[in-house]
Write a protein that binds this ligand. Structure first.
Ligand SMILES: *[C@@H]1O[C@H](CO)[C@@H](O)[C@H](O)[C@H]1NC(C)=O
Ligand SMILES: *[C@@H]1O[C@H](CO)[C@@H](O)[C@H](O)[C@H]1NC(C)=O
Length: 186
């Protein structure tokens, strides 16, 4: 009888420890699911592109001589170091940064070429990054972009990001929501 009770207590303790360990690993903005063949990670965060003010996170680094006469700013390039947060509020928890370049690559429609590394600092994702390389038709409320690789937990990642503009003010400052799906090997 005591043995059974002890065994039940032991199993309960182990189960508690396992769920505690899981909770330690967990972040609210991302989820990893092992499908048996691969790991599918879904991430949800907000990207803050700040062009205005004294400390812009996006700065112009180049433009073509024709850029000013182009309705789409064709040839313009910005370097970014944009915060990634858990919520739409720029003051919500910082989970990473998007670093790289975007440039106006469309002559007739606003089409940004994004060459950006999204690096994370939160929970088990601290130190992991994925690389996005895609055209971003930024005028569309929702767009899809390709993810071509990654580091850390995202080694050999392939996937896509669904981006949705949450706010855009006249200075060009934008808050964009990202839903990302990544497949990696186990
Ligand atoms: C992320 O990792 C770095 C380097 O290992 C460490 O200094 C930092 O404290 C970690 N940050 C968090 C939030 O765990
Ligand atoms: C992103 O994911 C959230 C939560 O699943 C969902 O509510 C939202 O509609 C998604 N956004 C887009 C643009 O798919």
């Amino acid at each position: 009888m005591t043995r059974v009770v002890l065994r039940v207590m032991f199993i309960t303790l182990v189960a508690t420890m396992v769920s505690w360990a899981r909770a330690q690993d967990d972040v609210t903005w991302a989820k990893r699911v092992d499908t048996g063949k691969e790991v599918v990670t879904t991430l949800q965060f907000y990207f803050h592109d700040v062009l205005s003010g004294r400390n812009p996170s996006a700065v112009r680094i180049a433009q073509a001589s024709q850029t000013n006469s182009s309705p789409t700013g064709f040839g313009l390039m910005n370097m970014i170091d944009d915060p990634l947060t858990i919520g739409q509020d720029p003051n919500s928890k910082l989970v990473g940064r998007a670093r790289g370049i975007y440039g106006s690559a469309g002559q007739n429609d606003l089409s940004l070429l994004m060459v950006v590394s999204y690096g994370f600092i939160d929970g088990i994702y601290n130190g992991s990054s994925f690389s996005l390389l895609s055209i971003n038709p930024a005028i569309n409320p929702v767009r899809e972009m390709a993810i071509v690789g990654g580091t850390g937990l995202f080694r050999l990642a392939r996937g896509y990001a669904i981006a949705q503009t949450y706010s855009l003010d006249p200075s060009g400052d934008a808050i964009v929501g990202y839903n990302v799906t990544l497949a990696t090997y186990i």
